[in-house]
Design a protein around this ligand. Structure first.
Ligand SMILES: [Zn+2]
Length: 83
């Protein structure tokens, strides 16, 4: 992963930062992307989730988000289109 800030070109970059939200009874939840495995199914569409992670520039404060397994998301998306 690119460890230079796209905004200010600093190399003071922290990656892999969790992005959380507090759910019921203050349980921490990772924010995530979610797509259906079988969007055309009447029931049991099934979902695949991808935890959002952050890359933070500690010079200017710019935050970028990413997922660890983009290839898997792409394969699921392609399978959905072709089914
Ligand atoms: Zn920066």
């Amino acid at each position: 992963m690119n460890t230079i800030c796209n905004n200010c070109k600093s190399n003071k970059i922290v990656t892999g930062v969790r992005i959380t939200d507090l759910g019921e009874v203050n349980v921490k939840n990772d924010l995530s992307l979610e797509i259906y495995k079988n969007p055309d199914a009447l029931f049991f569409k099934g979902t695949t989730r991808y935890k959002l992670k952050a890359k933070v520039c500690c010079s200017c404060g710019t935050v970028e988000t990413y997922i660890d397994n983009p290839e898997e998301l792409w394969r699921t998306y392609q399978n959905n289109k072709n089914s």
